[in-house]
Design a protein around this ligand. Structure first.
Ligand SMILES: Nc1ncnc2c1ncn2[C@@H]1O[C@H](COP(=O)(O)OP(=O)(O)OP(=O)(O)O)[C@@H](O)[C@H]1O
Ligand SMILES: [Mg+2]
Length: 492
């Protein structure tokens, strides 16, 4: 019974649609009077949108049965034109849009997908090809370089040549090359053929060893891997173009040896058997001449460090930031050599900026200038760092002058402010004495009876002014001490 009812409903619907198709229709028509048209029986309402000069243009009208039966007026939509036929009164009274419905987008997506399928693998193939070519080239380069070393590259030969001593090698390299030291390959070759002999000292950042390279003594500073930044910074500063100077420790090589579980960081330099000025003054007293030589060579080294040399083979101004008697070495000749450049800063004079190393390390509190202690220093000005170095230099002069035995008299060795602060003073301890009480190391009365000591006392005072701008420059200090030498020579 139910089945019969369903069938009759379906038959009624079919009849209705056939009847509708065979009936005349009324449609919206843009070009007709009253915007309406009437189709013939079995006609259709027509709705279309077309892209013309970038604009959508719409046409709505009636289709004759002949037009409709050809179906070309009702064909599916495209991106540039969309047509739609319908069969109820005013069914074309809707606004069609291009790109609006999913079916219309499908051909576009299909195109895009096709493009992706074709283009992406092509691109990947190209990139892979390019990388392959590059890898092949670099392999060829390194192979050529490795093979070139022996016949064409004289550097290895130079190192291996048994009659070359370190001094000659360094001299050759610093005069003929970039002026910044030995090529890295040579540095590594030297470092790896050093035989360590004995540990000669221990600092905050590692140990210093005496080593042998072809029978010559060299100093090897071994940094712990935690201090990689200090090692890197010190090696970088030592290799600044034109840094080499008789009163700056002669750098030879830097090497980082990775043995799988830890990295050994080496810094190889000239070895000075007297050790540091601190060691030396602890052990010996010095004559007036020896004091003058040490003081003038120390000032000379610092003046070179501070000086900017302009030119293609120029040198930037450098401030040391850790001047103290432990960081000055005593050479066999009795002259000083400034060491330990791990904290140094370079001045970029073109941009007038200070190149501060990415290194948290700060100088030694005892030797810190008042403006460093109370944090009033202008870190943006390179002059500030030079002035802080001069303050520390003044304190080293005081340590040195105390050990000068003029007329058989001298003082014991002491560190600056030994009588005012504890052994390992804090910044607060130093600040209280240096900034608040404005105290400076005292100048013994007997210094007045010796010209050289009198000058040393005066220099110390003028290097240690609280007002950083009033302090002497390294060049001024150097000249003043040179005059002491001249005076002495004239007297003799
Ligand atoms: N090139 C060298 N020749 C001979 N001895 C050296 C040389 N360099 C350093 N020394 C010795 O090794 C010691 C340790 O030096 P290092 O620079 O590691 O520490 P420091 O200067 O004593 O202290 P700090 O870590 O505070 O700078 C020095 O005091 C000195 O006696
Ligand atoms: Mg040191």
């Amino acid at each position: 019974m139910n089945r019969l009812r369903t069938l009759s409903v379906e038959a009624a619907l079919l009849f209705l649609s056939v009847a509708q198709l065979s009936q005349a229709l009324r449609c919206v028509c843009h070009l007709c009077t009253n915007h309406t048209c009437e189709t013939e029986p079995a006609g259709a309402c027509w709705n279309s949108v077309t892209l013309v000069n970038g604009k959508e243009e719409r046409v709505k009208s009636c289709l004759t049965p002949a037009q409709y039966s050809g179906q070309m007026f009702c064909q599916g939509s495209r991106n540039l034109s969309k047509r739609h036929c319908c069969f109820t009164d005013f069914c074309n009274n809707v606004t069609l849009h291009l790109y609006s419905d999913r079916p219309s987008a499908e051909p576009g997506w299909a195109g895009l997908e096709l493009a992706l399928v074709v283009v992406v693998p092509c691109c990947l193939l190209c990139v892979a090809g390019l990388l392959g070519v590059l890898a092949l080239q670099s392999q060829r380069c390194s192979y050529r370089r490795a093979n070139k070393q022996d016949p064409e590259e004289p550097l290895e030969d130079l190192v291996m040549s048994p009659d070359k001593c370190l001094k000659e090698l360094i001299y050759d390299m610093s005069t003929s090359g970039s002026g910044s030291g030995l090529p890295l390959l040579v540095q590594r070759t030297i470092a790896r053929t050093i035989v360590l002999q004995e540990c000669v000292g221990k600092g905050r950042f590692g140990e210093v060893w005496r080593g042998k390279w072809r029978g010559e003594d060299v100093a090897v500073k071994i940094f712990s891997s935690r201090e990689e930044r200090s090692w890197f910074r010190e090696a970088e500063i030592y290799q600044t173009i034109m840094l080499r100077h008789e009163n700056i420790l002669g750098f030879i090589a830097a090497d980082n040896k990775d043995n799988g579980s830890w990295t050994q960081l080496w810094l190889v330099s000239e070895y000075h058997e007297h050790g540091s000025l601190f060691d030396y003054l602890n052990r010996y007293t010095v004559s007036v001449e020896a004091m003058v030589l040490l003081a003038s060579s120390l000032a000379s080294g610092l003046a070179h460090l501070h000086m900017e040399i302009i030119g293609t083979q120029g040198k930037p101004a450098i401030a040391h930031r850790d001047i103290k008697s432990k960081n000055v070495l005593v050479k066999k000749s009795g002259a000083a050599a400034i060491a330990d450049l791990g904290l140094a800063v370079k001045h970029d004079s073109s941009a007038d900026t200070v190149h501060i190393p990415a290194n948290h390390r700060v100088g030694t509190k005892r030797y810190m200038s008042p403006e460093l202690l109370d944090d009033s220093i202008n870190m943006d000005s390179f002059e500030s760092f030079k002035r802080a170095d001069i303050y520390s230099l003044g304190l080293v002069f005081w340590e040195l002058a105390r050990r000068c035995s003029a007329q058989g008299l001298n003082e014991d060795f002491q560190l600056p402010y030994y009588d005012l602060v504890p052994t390992d003073p804090s910044v607060e301890d130093m600040k209280r004495v240096v900034c608040e009480q404005k105290l400076r190391p005292s100048i013994p009365n007997q210094w007045q009876s010796c010209e050289a000591l009198r000058v040393m006392g005066k220099l110390m005072r003028e290097c240690c002014y609280g007002n950083a701008a009033a302090r002497l420059t390294a060049l001024r200090v150097k000249k003043t001490i040179s005059q002491v030498t001249v005076l002495k020579d004239v007297k003799d």
